[in-house]
Design a protein around this ligand. Sequence first.
Ligand SMILES: [Zn+2]
Length: 203
Amino acid sequence: MEDDIGLWKQKEGVFKNKFSTKLTWEMLRSRSEYCEWHRGVWFNYATPKYAFLTWLAIHNRLSTGDRMLSWNGNVNAACSLCDTPIETRNHLFFECRYASIVWKSLVRGIMEDDYTNNWQELVTMLSTSQKTIKVFTLKYVFQATIHCLWLERNGRRHGEAPIPPDKLIRQIDRSVRNRFSSIRLVGSKKMEGGLRYWFSTRQ
Ligand SMILES: [Zn+2]
């Protein structure tokens, strides 16, 4: 193969047999930006099914109303949680009336003055923050809430009875407690106090 002489990939689709520091650096840099938000999704003690769904959401690969509409013009694209005419990723997480009640109740004690329900702000915040109990908790609640809201949304689309926000909040609260309890069992020094921290934000 002619490529075996070691061509440097300078940008998508362009190969030259001369190494360019600047262009290669730019490629590596954009790759590390990619990893920045990656850290927000795949982290120690994440729950794989929550992380996977969050990863799909970050890539906007969930079959939300707007995307289904682009595949089939006859589909009902309204939000199943609040009847807004077009359901989008950013609407579901967490601008939706129903979703924002759940999100706010769970994280207002963590985020305090930085509270937001804007998708882009949250993803940026979670990708660049330090590794602290507070950030771990926020990331974990972010993923658990995405997962529970998506299940609730799918259930309603299939005709199941709506779950009131209070009940969904209790479900997510329980899964956060269970996570902290199981982390304690593996004896992570760093995560000690996680459960106490979570309780302190739930006042
Ligand atoms: Zn909605």
